[in-house]
Design a protein around this ligand. Structure first.
Ligand code: SF4
Length: 320
């Protein structure tokens, strides 16, 4: 079987550009670890430096992350797209993607993005529960997410819908309903971010005053385990689970509390494998051999060998 080409993304962070206000949990400057909005020339330098390190056979996308790309003036959006598009035209890059807010999708915006070969639009949906959206000051409703999703898919773009877990008012049932709606709206991909209490945010204030309690790590992993199963079962690619560990998150200088872990995804996949192994162990007496695809072996053995230690009667074998 032909090996699939590796997928790579060149991330261009545009922190909190054009956001109408700050959502209660958000401090993009801390999270992205890059306080300044780049100029188009600086964005070009970022693209060039990443391209120099890409494997020759990689499927590469340029991704504008971090703020509300389509909330910028059309001319500003175009300035960034004009930097990125020639790389697609020349074949060095396979496409452009971006993330934005659901209330910043208009026919004019979609026309511009189409002209510049954007292939994937990711919306920060965060929760598809109106009460939660209101409590965190998102400034848009579930109906707006639905409408933007419809416009994006009807215009022929791939749709991504990002979600958060553990926002004020969230429950596991509400998180699962959000996932169901993400599938229903036709998203091809998602990202799942556990809510962290980041410094200099309204949420940090609410946390200090005892009005908000984040999920603990174990609970966040358990919720994500079920979300993972659900999305995979419905053909939705999970592009990320857990925030990218910026320097401020790693050192703990930027966040106060919440389920942060450098290997969050690994913890979730470890928990999924733990459940499978527990079933196999319960069904057999004595030693058990678990056959695992090569790319899953680290998760099967578990983060810090957690599953290997928990099930000493199990031998792990790589399939094939
Ligand atoms: S829209 Fe996104 S980037 Fe802007 S403040 Fe809210 S969470 Fe932060």
């Amino acid at each position: 079987m032909k090996k699939a080409n590796p997928h790579r993304v060149i991330p261009v962070f545009i922190p909190q550009r054009a956001c109408p206000f700050r959502c209660s949990y958000c401090n993009q400057f801390a999270i992205a670890g890059q306080p300044k909005v780049p100029t188009p020339d600086e964005a070009k330098a970022v693209i060039e430096s990443h391209l120099a390190t890409m494997p020759k056979d990689a499927e590469v996308r340029i991704a504008f992350f971090g703020g509300s790309f389509t909330g910028m003036r059309l001319s500003e959006q175009e300035a960034f797209l004009q930097v990125a598009e020639p790389y697609v035209r020349s074949g060095l890059v396979n496409g452009i993607q971006l993330s934005t807010r659901p209330d910043y999708i208009t026919p004019e915006v979609l026309e511009l993005l189409k002209a510049y070969r954007v292939v994937l639009i990711e919306l920060g949906a965060q929760s598809l529960d109106d009460e939660i959206l209101s409590r965190v000051g998102r400034g848009h409703t579930v109906a707006q997410v639905r409408e933007a999703s419809r416009m994006i898919t009807e215009a022929g773009f791939s749709l991504g819908l990002q979600m958060m877990i553990g926002l004020p008012g969230d429950t596991k049932e509400k998180a699962m309903r959000t996932a169901e709606t993400i599938v229903e709206l036709g998203a091809s991909c998602t990202r799942i971010y556990p809510t962290l209490v980041v410094k200099d945010t309204l949420l940090a204030e609410q946390y200090r005053q005892g009005q908000y309690q984040p999920l603990d790590l174990e609970t966040a992993v358990e919720w994500c385990k079920d979300l993972y199963r659900y999305f995979v079962g419905h053909g939705v690619t999970i592009l990320r689970m857990g925030l990218h560990p910026s320097e401020g998150l790693l050192k703990g200088t930027d966040y106060l509390a919440g389920p942060f872990h450098v290997s969050f995804k690994e913890l979730v996949l470890t928990a999924l494998w733990r459940d499978c192994i527990a079933e196999a162990v319960a069904a057999h007496d004595g030693p058990v051999v678990v056959k695992v695809p090569a790319q899953e072996i680290n998760y099967a053995v578990g983060y810090a060998s957690a599953n290997k230690k928990a099930f000493p009667q199990v031998r792990f074998e790589v399939e094939g």
